[in-house]
Design a protein around this ligand. Structure first.
Ligand SMILES: [Zn+2]
Length: 589
């Protein structure tokens, strides 16, 4: 990062390692060394040792070791330059940089940070004691903020009036504007950016104040939230509110909670979940994700992830893959806000994070929850909708696991779902928005349509061999039932739904040269495969005794389906399987 070597040595020598470590660890003198409980691993007896003469620390428990700069880097999760800068500030050393521009930039940036820090102080004092801040204090108390929280988060009050901050702060005009604290109005007057708002100072990961999020008091006019504009020290697509406080907890838990509001971060910390951060008035970006990934392997979204929309969903899956990140979704009560929930029902908030489910599971459940799964038809439609969601995941192994799960739950053959997924054309194109959900529709030459075509031409050639168990497509099944009821006289179909009527009219007009016996065999085979899928699902979920019984049924059915594929044995096998299916479903009914 370009700090002059000589200065790094000066910083190392000027820093008292015992004093620095003592800010985090209670040290006791043991002979020539100091000892205490290691801050980098959890232990009950001290194995952390500091050698003041050499300026080094070492842990006999976990092997952590280094000098004072390493210690600050590790304990505060800073990069090398930031650690050196922090220590330099503590010992009053002015650093020089190898690259003059680097030094210039750093100087300019630190001037802006100083300007924001001065503003944080001013606004905070105003909130604590200003007569004009009574309404703000009352509002914060009403939202459940304690005095301790107000001080910890350094909340502030931006007074009404045009230029209170500008007049109070001894900061150059250029810096005020560049830091986003003020702007030049149309008459050329320097004007405060924030007026009449409760302020949440935003810090970068190193703990430097860089911006503000401001909220109007209830009833006031204007946009409810207003954030600082971007500046050389503040890029909202990179900065996460609360990361400066949360990073230790995030590393310890290997998990970060991501929410949308400043008050949500405060709420999570209040219920003992100090690992929450918030995006600042923007959607979660790849930069945010990259930052979080350097602290933890898992991210729990604590906002309405469904409302984040289709594009966001596809991006989340891509990030999961690219960064080896697990994205989960907290099980928040619908319409609830973590900040409020923390005050009204802390257990519910903690439980929502503990019950977080993988992002894809969350989305599939949302789809299924909105549907009725009582009938075969409705389950087929639900499967189609759920597959649209599953198809967005870029990993074929993950897709297939979800597909098997759907097949089990919806009692549909996994192979049929696979075909559907592959046919959708989304399997290899992650990130493309899915087409709207439709029911599972077999191709035009499916045996189900073929059978209806034949029967509509001449019922006697095939109708006696058909059964409603042979129809899986909801529209074809509906058509079959209605046609049987009117003895295949299309003219007598009344009250049929438009899709059924359209199908029947089309099939009745189409020619076919299929062999009826072959069509029946293909239908029976498909029904047999569906039955195998159902049995497979049952075997996986049943108790031991029932599982044995199911295994027996599978052992009978599988060789019969083999016979069906052999033209020599198929004519005999088809009626046997059909009779077995009818009996089995009769027994189940
Ligand atoms: Zn240790």
């Amino acid at each position: 990062m370009g700090i002059v070597d000589e200065d790094i040595v000066r910083v190392r020598e000027a820093s008292d390692i015992v004093a620095v470590v003592s800010e985090h660890v209670q040290l006791k003198r043991v002979g020539r060394r100091w000892a205490g409980l290691c801050p980098f691993h959890s232990e009950k007896s001290p194995s952390f040792s500091v050698n003041a003469e050499q300026g080094l620390y070492y842990c006999f428990g976990c092997g952590a070791k280094g000098d004072v700069i390493t210690f600050v880097r590790e304990i505060d999760h800073l990069d090398f330059a930031a650690a050196v800068e922090r220590l330099a500030a503590g010992s009053g050393i002015t650093l020089r940089y190898t690259d003059a521009r680097d030094g210039e930039n750093r100087k300019r940036r630190s001037a802006l940070v100083e300007a924001v820090a001065a503003a944080v102080d001013f606004y905070h004092q105003r909130l604590l004691s200003g007569a004009d801040a009574a309404g703000a204090r009352k509002y914060l108390r009403g939202r459940g903020f304690s005095g301790e929280e107000v001080r910890h988060y350094q909340l502030g009050w931006a007074p009404e009036g045009w230029d209170t901050l500008v007049r109070e702060l001894r900061v150059g005009r250029e810096q005020l504007v560049e830091a986003g604290l003020a702007f030049v109005n149309q008459r050329g007057r320097l004007t405060d950016s924030f007026r009449g708002r409760v302020l949440f100072p935003i810090f970068n990961a190193n703990g430097d104040p860089v911006a503000f999020g401001g909220r109007l008091l209830p009833g006031a006019e204007g946009p409810k939230y207003k954030n600082s504009t971007g500046s050389p020290v503040y890029d909202k697509s990179k900065v996460l509110y609360g990361l400066n406080w949360a990073k230790g907890d995030i590393v310890a838990a290997d998990e970060a909670i991501v929410c949308e509001g400043y008050t949500d971060v405060v709420g999570f910390a209040a219920v003992g979940m100090g690992r929450a951060v918030a995006t600042c008035g923007t959607a979660l970006t790849e930069e945010h994700v990259r930052t979080l990934r350097s602290y933890a392997a898992r991210v729990v979204l604590a906002f309405d992830a469904d409302a984040a929309g289709q594009n966001a969903a596809a991006r989340f899956h891509e990030w999961e893959q690219r960064y080896g990140l697990d994205v989960a979704v907290a099980d928040l009560p619908v319409g609830s806000d973590p900040g409020d929930l923390a005050r009204s029902d802390p257990d519910a908030l903690r439980g929502a994070v503990e019950r977080a489910v993988p992002f894809l599971t969350f989305r599939v459940e949302r789809v299924l929850a909105s549907r009725d799964l009582a009938t075969a038809e409705s389950r087929a439609r639900a499967a189609a909708a759920a597959l649209e969601v599953v198809g967005e995941h870029p990993d074929p192994l993950v897709r297939d696991q979800y597909l098997m799960d759907l097949a089990d739950r919806l009692r549909l053959p996994a192979d049929q779902l696979r075909q559907r997924l592959a046919g959708g054309g989304r399997s290899s194109t992650a990130g493309r928005p899915a087409a709207p959900a439709t029911a599972v529709a077999p191709p035009a030459d499916s045996p189900e349509f073929e059978a209806l075509r034949l029967a509509l031409g001449d019922p006697s050639v095939i109708a006696p061999s058909l059964h409603e168990l042979l129809f899986a497509d909801p529209v074809a099944l509906d058509a079959y039932r209605r046609l049987v009821a009117v003895d295949w006289r299309v003219g007598q179909l009344v009250d049929a739904p438009p899709d059924v009527l359209a199908l029947v009219q089309r099939l009745a007009a189409e020619q076919t040269a299929s062999e009826p016996a072959e069509v029946v065999e293909r239908l029976v085979e498909a029904a047999g495969q569906r039955e195998l899928a159902v049995l497979g699902a049952e075997a996986r979920t049943a108790g031991d005794e029932r599982a044995l019984e199911v295994a027996g049924l599978v052992a009978w059915l599988k060789p019969r389906l083999e016979e069906l594929r052999d033209p020599r044995t198929a004519p005999a096998a088809a009626p046997v399987i059909m009779a077995w299916l009818v009996e089995r479903h009769g027994a189940l009914a």
